[in-house]
Design a protein around this ligand. Structure first.
Ligand code: AMP
Ligand code: ZN
Length: 469
């Protein structure tokens, strides 16, 4: 499996630190508003990376934080006249709803910055002790950027170029920095802001230290993959490396992955520019599976321009796949039992090549665009070669191959209605079994459970039928 590593600017073979396991950290959103579809890109992309790794048998420890203390959250809280935790808790809940609708799996752990302050104070203390950081008179703690040998290695920036560019940026209040390149680890409280005790002053952490600490706490000092959008390369990830490697004395992350931007009119979609659609906006017009499919139709390192036409194309494309899966499902109910014919065996050998192509694309730095082409090839193949004369085994093999391919991309192929029908049928069977065993209490329980879902059961001569209340 090859991964493009921002650190080395090359595709590298993926070798995990520990066999069979992947430790992965993905920088999550700052929660002060509904997430926009640009924020959804890293969620979808890295969820797909995780799913593929799981498909290959890796146990993935996937950590993604919520940044729940930040100027923007505090500002919004002040506007509404509430505590900033009210804002962050509200938007964490909303974000989780969007993630679920996008079929993004919950992380193994979703840490919150505000719950990890002790770890941050610890790491900052270590950095001060090791002379990588210093407190200024007002209690602000700065990282001494020039003291870290490898500074700039991720963003491939040269310290002296940065120095030139940054000199003019030394704004008032920052004169206490030893060097304009130094960045904040801890800052003193301002009136009305949330604050925690620390040896330097009551205050709150800088953004970069949060991820260094949460990554260490939940994944350890060395991790396999650290990921996020490409705007995070500098300064966020560069600073995380400086903090973690200086504090822990170890290499931080082996592979650094960054997704390109989701653009609108070729400009980065962002809240501050005002050129954004929230995931919620899109959900009013489309099933969010369409948005997921749209995102994966491009390689994650290519910029992707959002447009109504491309969303329509994604909708049609996904529909073709869903229809093919539905047709296979129908054929399966009608198909005859029996062994695979010689012709079917040959066809299945041919069908395997689509899976090989799919995996080949995913192994090549998660080229989901090519992987999706392989899905379309399988769809075309199934539409042409599967029919009412085939055996169940043949149809089942094609259906299951299609479903594995879709599952890795996190695409749900069954229509919601079909999922419901399947669940109902299963419960009906369970009820029949309970009755056979004279377990009438369980049988009644199932009938009532279905009734609560608005499903009425009727015992007819041809068996149990169901309808909506
Ligand atoms: P933020 O809430 O701004 O910290 O962003 C959360 C995540 O979304 C980060 O990984 C960002 O890099 C990513 N992100 C923000 N805007 C975009 C965009 N327009 N396209 C792709 N990724 C984005
Ligand atoms: Zn981060």
């Amino acid at each position: 499996m090859k991964i493009y590593n921002t650190l080395t600017k090359r595709k590298e073979e993926f070798v995990p630190l520990e066999e069979g396991k992947v430790k992965m950290y993905v920088c999550g959103p700052t929660v002060y508003n509904l997430i926009h579809i640009g924020n959804a890109r890293p969620m979808i992309v890295f969820d797909t990376v995780r799913r593929y790794m799981e498909h290959k048998g890796y146990e993935v420890n996937y950590v993604s934080n919520f940044t729940d203390v930040d100027d923007k959250i505090i500002k919004k809280a002040a506007e509404e006249g509430v505590d900033s935790s009210v804002i962050s808790e509200r938007y964490i809940e909303e974000c989780k709803k969007d993630m679920e609708a996008l079929n993004v799996k919950p992380a193994t752990t979703h840490p919150l910055a505000t719950k990890e302050i002790d770890g941050m104070v610890d790491m900052i203390s270590t950095l001060i002790r090791k002379k990588y950081a210093y407190p200024a008179k007002d209690g602000t703690v700065y990282y001494r950027t020039r003291s870290f040998q490898g500074y700039g290695k991720l963003s491939h920036k040269n310290l002296d170029d940065l120095q030139g560019g940054n000199r003019s940026l030394l704004v008032s209040g920052e004169e206490q920095k030893e060097d304009p390149l130094d960045f904040v680890l801890w800052k003193p409280r301002k009136a009305g802001e949330p604050a925690w005790h620390s040896p330097w002053c009551d205050g709150r952490p800088g953004w970069h230290i949060e991820c260094s600490v949460m990554s260490k706490r939940y994944l350890g000092e060395e991790i396999d993959i650290h990921a996020g959008g490409e705007d995070l390369v500098f300064p966020h990830h560069e600073n995380e490396i400086a903090q973690s490697e200086a504090a822990n004395g170890k290499n931080f992350a082996k592979y650094w992955m960054h997704n390109a931007f989701l653009n609108i009119d070729n400009k980065k979609m962002s809240k501050s520019a005002g050129n954004f659609f929230t995931v919620r906006d899109i959900s009013e017009k489309y099933d969010l599976q369409v948005l997921r499919f749209f995102m994966l139709s491009a390689h994650y390192r290519s910029p992707l321009n959002f447009s109504a036409e491309l969303m329509e194309a994604a909708k049609n494309g996904l529909e073709r796949i869903v229809t093919a899966a539905g047709r296979l499902g129908e054929l399966l109910t009608k198909a005859k039992e029996g062994e695979l014919t010689k012709e079917e065996t040959e066809l299945l050998t041919e069908a395997k090549t689509f899976m090989e192509k799919y995996e080949g694309a995913m192994e090549d730095d998660f080229n989901t665009a090519d992987a999706i082409s392989a899905i379309f090839e399988l769809v075309k193949f199934a539409n042409t070669n599967a029919g009412e004369d085939n055996t169940k085994e043949f149809i089942r093999a094609l259906a299951s191959q299609l479903s594995v391919m879709a599952e890795i991309c996190g695409l749900v192929l069954e229509k919601k209605e079909e999922i419901l029908a399947e669940e109902v049928e299963q419960l009906i069977q369970e009820r029949q079994q309970a009755r056979k065993e004279k377990n009438f209490a369980r049988a009644d329980e199932i009938r009532n459970q279905l009734l609560e879902q608005g499903i009425i059961l009727e015992d007819t001569r041809e068996g149990v039928k169901w309808k909506r209340a």
